[in-house]
Design a protein around this ligand. Structure first.
Ligand SMILES: Nc1ncnc2c1ncn2[C@@H]1O[C@H](COP(=O)(O)OP(=O)(O)O)[C@@H](O)[C@H]1O
Ligand SMILES: [Mg+2]
Length: 130
């Protein structure tokens, strides 16, 4: 599994508070960062990104790997490290593949009341995803 992607240039962030958990399948337990085995490098990347964002940058990490390798667990640990941030989750669902913007809709629904916090053009585009 790899986590990659440099923090892009400056940008604003909307933060504070949490919305939902990682949506692990039933029976799965989210792992705290300390409980993850062999993920020091990936967690270091997550911490670096969070530090950059706290410093006013934006950024992205791509987490990829085969099923069961620990992607969701790493993301759950990342959420735990992201104290003070709003964490939004979306899952790819095969039956929704034909629906345009299904994942985007899932992402923004919990923060729809904060669309006024983003620039007008983006707010309008996001508001259209109903
Ligand atoms: N680094 C890790 N250390 C210990 N257990 C792990 C680790 N990563 C994943 N697991 C465990 O392996 C299982 C599959 O992990 P999961 O995060 O659901 O994988 P994925 O999302 O890539 O399919 C879960 O039971 C999870 O708790
Ligand atoms: Mg998963």
């Amino acid at each position: 599994m790899s986590a990659s992607g440099p923090p892009p240039p400056d940008g604003s962030s909307w933060s504070h508070g949490r919305t939902r958990g990682p949506g692990l399948a039933s029976g799965e337990t989210p792992k705290s960062p300390a409980a993850l085995v062999g993920r020091d490098r990936e967690l270091a990347r997550v911490r670096e990104l969070l530090e950059a964002v706290r410093g006013g940058l934006t950024g992205a990490l791509v987490v990829e790997g085969e099923a069961g390798i620990g992607k969701t667990s790493l993301l759950a640990a990342a959420e735990e490290l992201a104290e003070g941030f709003t964490c939004l989750w979306a899952r790819g669902v095969e039956s929704e593949a034909a629906l345009g913007h299904a994942a985007l809709l899932e992402l923004i629904t919990p923060v729809r009341d904060r669309l006024a916090d983003v620039p007008e053009a983006q707010a309008e585009a996001l508001a259209a995803t109903r």
